[in-house]
Design a protein around this ligand. Structure first.
Ligand code: ZN
Length: 287
């Protein structure tokens, strides 16, 4: 038995069907409102869900604005070129080790937040996002899934102009503009996800399918990424990994994001996030 954890107005909430329950209110003081603290007690959240009978829900999930389920992780990793068809569409070489970059935690927003774009070269990247539960270092591949608290859907929004304005390209900044990391809709505990290694992932823009793949197509799978990263840096509860995007990105088709575009990403068993693009300014690269 697992749980679906949501961020409702900055407060941790458990989701059950269409309804949510404020974690502090239903736990009689066992939990506070803090989401990052809740991540430390997954077993307690799961058992609390079994004792919700008679408790009054806080409301219906469809009626509220959701924040990022993991609002302030210590680390946010991204993985580039982790699907072979995506490597090919970019005319790149298949990496022999994971191509890792960072997204700054300040880019994280909720599953239905507006994405603020600042150039004509912004792009979508639908991705499976992994949340670390029990931290550690030198985690062996065989034990890696035991360190995963749960999964989310994510958009690794990327400004290609900024990404490729430096030579060699730098990924971190072009993918870290404020609002460039929508995640959610909830954090689904990994035991709730069937076929965790083979999840269909689909991204549409204004209803047109742009990406349609499976996480089974990853070059470096989730255990490999966790093992690799944990041999370099100690992983901590709440750290998140954007695991890479399949083929079909806008840059490969000359279809960049515009003001008003609606990006929708669905991962089977994990959920759907929907984000509207809003053009807020014209960014100039300073030389
Ligand atoms: Zn990405």
């Amino acid at each position: 038995m697992g749980f679906h954890l949501a961020n409702i107005a900055g407060r941790a909430a458990l989701v059950l069907g269409a309804e949510f329950f404020d974690l502090e209110e239903v736990s009689d003081g066992e939990f506070g409102p803090d989401l990052m603290a809740a991540l430390m007690k997954p077993d307690e959240m799961a058992s609390l869900l079994l004792r919700l009978g008679g408790k009054t829900p806080g409301g219906v999930i469809a009626d509220v604005d959701l924040g990022p389920p993991v609002p302030s992780p210590q680390k946010v990793f991204g993985v580039g070129l982790n699907y072979e068809m995506h490597v090919q569409e970019g005319g790149m070489e298949t990496p022999s080790t994971p191509l890792v970059f960072t997204k700054f935690p300040s880019c994280l927003v909720g599953p239905n937040a507006d994405v603020e774009i600042r150039s004509d070269f912004c792009d979508y990247e639908g991705e499976l996002v992994v949340v670390i539960g029990t931290g550690g270092r030198d985690i062996p591949k065989a034990a890696a899934w035991e360190h995963v608290l749960g999964l989310m859907v994510g958009q690794d929004i990327s400004d290609r102009m900024v990404q490729y304005s430096a030579n060699p390209p730098h990924f971190d900044l072009g993918k870290s503009f404020d609002t460039f990391g929508p995640i959610g809709p909830t954090l689904v505990s990994v035991d709730e996800v069937i076929n965790r290694d083979d999840l269909r992932i689909v991204t549409t823009v204004n209803g047109e399918i742009r990406q349609d793949s499976s996480t089974a197509e990853m070059i470096f799978d989730v255990p490999t990424l966790i093992s690799y990263l944990s041999r370099i840096t100690t992983l901590t509860t709440g750290d998140i990994i954007f695991t890479g995007t399949p083929d079909g990105i806008g840059a490969a088709q000359g279809k960049f994001l515009s003001d008003g575009d609606i990006i929708t990403t669905t991962i089977d068993g994990v959920g759907t996030i929907t984000n509207r693009c809003v053009r807020v300014s014209d960014f100039q690269v300073v030389n």
